[in-house]
Design a protein around this ligand. Structure first.
Ligand code: PMT
Length: 215
């Protein structure tokens, strides 16, 4: 049902270097994003996968695979490719902040309280929300407090068609596991509560929702 549709999917974490041997990152494994890419390919889509560092093998049959490290690199890759896409799914866990200065040499152990100054990274999804023309835009929300309210704000602020809200407080949901538990919040106010399922099955559920927006 996705034959010849062009999907741009982001997956995995970003890595924000501190010095030549250290970085700031998060627990994203890429499983959710790679499952979406795999299922979209199986349903006939032409998929570009932009991925931060993961231990996963990219699914067979991708149109393009772009490996990035930092949020800034992901921003550039997404902005280069999004205009050709019919659908963009942002399942990557992009670091919101990165070290202001990257040290040329390994930072030495110091006997005073070390402080790392951080700068804000670009919000890729928010920028897509501003620039989008006819693309279907899907985001994810990873929250630990005021979950529903924050996800609803992101849906509006980032101009999304729908947002997939992980329930991070429950076992078998969110980062680095094979399953997920989510609610899907649509721009028309509908909220769907999905039961716990494998990320591969959830990928198909998400693609089903996207398909209904394409009709
Ligand atoms: O990779 P896995 O181990 O399988 O885990 C899956 C997952 C938990 C990472 C995934 O399901 C998920 O929730 N991905 C989004 C995580 C996240 O960054 O959520 P957020 O609430 O901080 O961001 C909201 C949305 O804005 C996301 O779509 C994110 O890609 C996007 N964003 C955020 C910050 C930023 N600077 N740029 C962005 O585009």
């Amino acid at each position: 049902d996705f034959k010849d549709k062009k999907l741009l999917i982001t997956a995995g974490p970003t890595r924000e270097p501190l010095d030549p041997v250290r970085f700031i990152t998060n627990y994203s494994s890429g499983k959710m994003g790679y499952a979406l890419a795999e299922k979209a390919v199986q349903r006939g889509a032409k998929v570009t996968l932009i991925s931060g560092p993961t231990n996963l093998t990219p699914p067979l049959g991708l149109s393009k695979y772009i490996a990035v490290d930092t949020a800034q690199e992901m921003f550039q890759a997404v902005m280069e490719h999004f205009t050709y896409a019919d659908v963009i799914i942002k399942s990557a866990a992009v670091a919101d902040f990165s070290p202001k200065d990257i040290e040329q040499n390994k930072i030495k152990k110091q006997d005073f309280n070390m402080r790392i100054e951080l700068k804000k990274n670009p919000d890729i999804l928010q920028e897509l929300g501003k620039r989008k023309t006819k693309q279907i835009l899907v985001g994810f929300a990873a929250e630990t407090t005021e979950v529903l309210e924050n996800a609803q704000n992101k849906l509006k602020r980032k101009n999304l068609d729908f947002i997939v809200m992980n329930n991070l407080t429950e076992e078998g949901a969110g980062f680095a596991v094979d399953s997920n538990i989510v609610k899907i919040l649509h721009k028309d106010g509908r909220i769907e509560e999905l039961s716990k399922m494998l990320k591969k099955d959830l990928a198909n559920e998400i693609l089903d929702r996207i398909y209904s927006y394409m009709l």
